[in-house]
Design a protein around this ligand. Structure first.
Ligand code: CTP
Ligand code: CA
Length: 226
């Protein structure tokens, strides 16, 4: 890894990033998931390494190469992801929750393949654990950064999540916008923080955007000397 002449503001810090979708099992051959590609999360992890951090990437199933210098922890379900993040949480300095965690899972994961019914089928779903919210309740010194993908009322929903989950920052994007959001190489986001802090970013490749986001957060934190 070549880090000559690069500022490393995260040197000596531990960053935990979550990325990708989760899979919630229905039976041995089927699951519920979403369109998350993992690109934004992998870019955040790559940026954390570039800025000098010890970086752990807790990742749902994606088909992306693991960035050099990143410690990967592969997981499947929301529950797996929660346990993996908790195991890394105590000595983490920054936790970045980029993952698109499934909000529901089948109430029963069938042990055997479900056979098709003539009458159709109803799946009963229950809530998964809200990882970011749980971390918000447990945090001591950790800086918590969440994401919010919205189709409307972006600021209202993003600020609601900041507050409800006790996060320090929410990075929000309008997924209806062209070239932004799920499964794209670029993204356009707004960073929301406490006390009406707001910073918008232009449409950028996710790799570039990730570094700018981390830098903006670090600058803001330094300015307020927490
Ligand atoms: N998140 C989480 N655990 C969940 C759901 C979401 O940790 N079970 C995290 C995501 O990783 C993200 C943030 O919470 O950092 C916001 O996720 P999002 O899906 O936008 O918000 P939700 O609270 O799930 O609300 P909704 O989907 O209804 O908008
Ligand atoms: Ca959700």
């Amino acid at each position: 890894l070549w880090h000559f002449n690069r500022p490393q503001p995260l040197k000596g810090k531990k960053v935990v990033v979550t990325a990708g979708p989760t899979r919630e099992r229905i039976d041995p051959v089927r699951f519920l998931t979403n369109f998350s590609s993992g690109k934004m999360g992998y870019s955040m992890a790559e940026a954390a390494v570039r800025l000098g951090a010890e970086t752990v990437l807790v990742s749902g199933p994606v088909s992306l190469p693991v960035p050099a210098g990143v410690q990967i922890v592969p997981v499947e379900s929301a529950e797996d992801m929660f346990n993996a993040v908790l195991a890394e949480f105590d000595d983490a300095d920054l936790v970045i929750k980029t993952a698109a965690v499934a909000d529901y899972r089948p109430k029963t994961a069938h042990g055997k393949k479900m056979k098709k019914q003539e009458s159709g089928q109803t799946l009963e779903l229950e809530r998964t654990v809200d990882i970011l919210k749980e971390l918000g309740e447990r945090k001591t010194h950790q800086l918590l950064i969440g994401f919010a993908a919205e189709t409307n009322d972006v600021e209202t929903y993003a600020r609601g999540k900041l507050h409800k989950k006790n996060a320090d920052y929410i990075i929000a994007n309008d997924v209806t916008e062209k070239d932004a959001g799920f499964n794209t190489d670029s993204n356009r986001v707004t960073l929301y923080g406490k006390n009406s802090f707001e910073q918008t970013f232009p449409l950028l490749p996710k790799t570039e955007l990730a570094e700018q986001l981390l830098t903006a957060i670090l600058e803001k934190e330094d300015a307020y000397d927490r």
